[in-house]
Design a protein around this ligand. Structure first.
Ligand code: IPE
Ligand code: IPE
Ligand code: MG
Length: 245
């Protein structure tokens, strides 16, 4: 089925990326351009996100992972970290009402033990509340780092080896994928980063192995559903070879 967009780019909904990753960058610069505090940029960014999830879900994308807070973002001023955590908390609470109504499955990926107890409880609550939904799976990468995720997986696998559940020789790529926070989900097909930066910043190091990368100068709060469709359109017009011919 062809989905005609406003800019008349035709998306083939039978050949969608199964898993989209988004590095939502540029909130601070968006605010600065307007003479506003960085927090205003984060707030506008959270609004932009809602529309993107709705669009991806309506198109029929199966998985979307959004980078909300990295293991490196603790380096920011406490005031900004607190604001971001508050925003994420609100997002999780409201998601139960809004996104769940849209049938979205919400999951948090990343290390939880550094998060407040209140946040940890809310994550469990939101995950529980949405787990039987049948729409898009939204992974919120929260206190997430690709290296931390791999480290966590290595520890889990080492414990299984020590307990005699598997032998070291039996460890394979599948075991590693399964031990990641995204265990059971497909690898990322399309990776989007806004704000003109062209780096991974520790995002999904294992899962982006063969992802198509798509960059835009637009700042995250300015990223619209039409931009998502354009990224998908471009993805569908690239030749993925996976090392073949
Ligand atoms: C992305 O926007 C949001 C988070 C990292 C939480 P930034 O806050 O990094 O915005 P810039 O890069 O400073 O413009
Ligand atoms: C990556 O953005 C993290 C998130 C979007 C949450 P950053 O703004 O933190 O990345 P760097 O510091 O520019 O690499
Ligand atoms: Mg940034």
């Amino acid at each position: 089925m062809l989905f005609r967009t406003k800019k008349t780019v035709d998306i083939d909904t039978s050949a969608l990326p199964r898993h989209i990753g988004i590095i939502m960058d540029g909130n601070g610069r968006w605010a600065k351009k307007r003479g506003l505090p960085r927090s205003a940029g984060h707030k506008a960014g959270a609004e932009a996100l809602k529309k993107i999830i709705t669009e991806a879900n309506n198109l029929g994308v199966e998985y979307i992972t959004v980078y909300a807070f990295s293991t490196e973002n603790w380096k920011r001023p406490k005031e900004e970290v607190d604001y971001l955590m508050g925003l994420l908390m609100d997002y999780l609470i409201n998601a139960e009402k809004t996104l769940a109504g849209e049938n979205v499955v919400i999951r948090a990926i990343g290390s939880r033990k550094e998060l407040s107890e209140e946040m940890q409880r809310q994550i469990i609550k939101t995950e529980e509340f949405t787990k039987n939904n049948t729409g898009i799976v939204m992974n919120i990468a929260l206190n997430y780092g690709g290296r931390e995720e791999i480290l966590h997986a290595v520890k889990d696998i080492s414990r299984a080896v020590k307990a005699g559940e598997i032998s070291a020789d039996d460890i394979n790529e599948r075991n590693i994928s399964d031990a990641l926070y995204t265990g059971g989900q497909p690898d990322v097909d399309l990776l989007i980063r806004t704000s003109g930066e062209m780096r991974l910043s520790n995002f999904m190091l294992w899962q982006v192995s063969y992802a198509e990368m798509w960059f835009t100068d637009k700042l995250w709060p300015d990223f619209k559903p039409a931009d998502l469709r354009k990224a998908i359109y471009d993805f569908q017009n690239r030749g993925r070879r996976f090392g073949g011919v």
